[in-house]
Design a binder for this molecule. Structure first.
Ligand code: NAD
Length: 483
């Protein structure tokens, strides 16, 4: 007998402990060769005053085992501590979130009988970087962070995943008609990388119509790769339309560590009632077994699970009279699954995993890029000021601007209000003044500092500045609406 593979587990909050108990029983009965190390995370830890939601010793366990099977945890909305899920994904470099969403027609009621979609969601960047500011009485701001290496990594992962799993097509969801620089980068990198995988079809869609089509005709999709926020939203939709959000498992893959969890949350309203569907976490544990090379146990659990779905042994979220045969609670669901270990589905396609197959492609190599010539050509200065319009603001700063810089535009909430602002435009207390050099010589940082000094001396409230660069002569900043 080989040494058992150490796995870190956490029971989490809400329904977490119930679905984790069910999953561990199934894993133990399956013959999977695992040694569990349990850590505490979530609400109980926050309540002890540990604001990142995890004891330092828990990080040691994760770094040692490098494999984490995690039940959902509760994160407060609108305030309180930060999401531990986001912290873990970022700290351990778990850049790829893989969420397969499959229909089990006719055994689980769904409008989409042939749906089989895998969502590959970027897991570390985007608005989930959590960089937010309140700069004035009226205005808050969140930074959407999209990087070239982050985009390349997740897009390559999606194509490698498609190839390894015999998938035919990868679709990118973006919103680069609006966010031309950030989503635009993701789209450009997608087109570049797709060209390296001629055996796999590729297409891109604007996320709004993409999401509508996913909800309406999911069978037209195969693998979808997308940014963090869009991926989070569309994977809940995709899982829900297979029959229940409780059905889907997911993996979070990094170069060194991996985390496996259900896609749903801690469902506090049904916690402690023995009614939660443990399938999401059980199928996540199947993904984990494949990841650590225990394909035989993965196949055994997955096939017994499919057989049980076929046999109509269902939890309340997927129970349908006339289709289901028995309504079971969380514990009986696990026991029925254990009773079927060794059986295979007779109608649904059986799961088949290769021994030694890996669901991760550790160390995805990134391309080398020539450094571009970066030139400072101006600055956006954001002012907190209540009242007036664009012309008033231009008059207020006119005497303060000089030297290398000229006022080229003022916007409010991204809408141009000077020159030639529309009288109808609603203005808040957050103004952006765009100051540009002559376009030939680079602007000197000293000119910007001196300008800010004059603004401060005149009592203007500068709340933010953003340097404006060109890269190989192309502007690295967006125009204002109406400019
Ligand atoms: P949720 O996924 O917990 O619940 C949404 C709905 O689905 C509820 O009606 C719930 O009863 C039902 N549901 C979810 N899982 C189910 C299951 N296994 N069986 C049967 N029904 C199930 O989403 P929410 O209510 O928006 O969030 C609750 C909490 O979970 C929040 O604090 C949120 O931050 C957290 N959350 C955690 C994770 C995670 O730990 N990975 C993910 C999402 C949400």
């Amino acid at each position: 007998m080989t040494e058992p593979t150490p796995i870190t587990i956490a029971r989490g909050d809400g329904i977490g402990p119930e679905i984790m108990d069910a999953t561990l029983e199934v894993l133990q009965a399956s013959g999977a060769n695992l040694a569990f190390e349990e850590i505490q995370i979530g609400e109980s830890v926050y309540k002890r005053g540990i604001m990142n939601g995890m004891e330092p010793s828990a990080w040691d366990s994760l770094r040692r085992t490098k494999v984490f099977l995690k039940a959902p945890i509760t994160t407060p909305q609108g305030g309180g501590y930060k999401s531990l899920n986001v912290t873990i994904r970022g700290a351990l470099g778990l850049y790829a979130n893989i969420r397969p969403c499959v229909s089990y027609h006719p055994y689980v009621s769904t409008k989409h009988p042939t749906m089989d979609v895998v969502i590959v969601r970027e897991n570390e960047e985007d608005l989930y970087a959590g960089i937010e500011y309140r700069q004035t009485q009226e205005v808050t701001q969140a930074v959407k962070l999209i990087t070239r290496p982050g985009s390349e990594k997740i897009i390559r992962y999606a194509f490698e995943y498609a190839r390894a799993n015999h998938r035919r097509k990868v679709t990118a969801f973006v919103k680069d008609n609006i966010m031309k620089i950030s989503d635009g980068l993701f789209h450009r990198v997608f087109d570049e990388i797709a060209a390296e995988y001629p055996d796999i079809e590729h297409e891109s869609m604007i996320v709004d119509i993409g999401a509508a089509r996913l909800a309406d005709t999911p069978e037209q999709f195969d693998v979808i790769v997308t940014l963090n926020l869009y991926g989070d939203i569309i994977s809940d939709i995709a899982a829900q339309i297979t029959g229940s959000v409780g059905l889907a498992g997911s993996s979070n893959i990094g170069d060194q560590c991996a985390m496996f969890e259900a896609i749903h949350g801690s469902a506090p309203t049904i916690a402690g009632k023995n009614i939660a569907n443990p399938s999401g976490l059980i199928l996540a544990s199947v993904m984990m077994l494949v990841h650590i090379g225990q394909a035989e146990a993965a196949e055994k659990i997955h096939n017994a699970w499919l057989r049980m779905i076929e046999d109509g042994i269902h939890t309340v979220d997927i129970f349908k009279r006339g289709v289901s045969k028995a309504r079971v609670g969380t514990r009986d669901f696990a026991q029925n699954l254990i009773d079927r270990l060794g059986e295979r589905p007779t109608q649904l396609i059986p799961a088949s995993y290769q021994v030694g197959e890996k669901a991760s492609f550790a160390g995805i190599a990134l391309k080398d890029y020539a450094r571009q010539e970066k030139k400072l050509i101006g600055v956006d200065v954001f002012l907190d000021h209540k009242g007036g319009n664009g012309d008033d603001m231009a008059a207020r700063v006119a005497g303060l601007i000089g030297g290398d810089l000229k006022l080229s535009m003022i916007s409010n909430r991204g809408q141009k209000v000077w020159p030639d602002g529309a009288p109808e435009t609603f203005c808040t207390d957050h103004w952006r003044l765009r100051l540009l050099g002559d376009g030939k010589a680079p602007v000197s940082p000293a000119a910007i500092i001196s300008l800010l000094g004059r603004f401060a001396d005149a009592g203007l409230d500068v709340v933010q500045t953003a340097s404006l660069y060109s890269f190989d002569g192309a502007n690295g900043f967006s125009a204002a609406a109406g400019q």
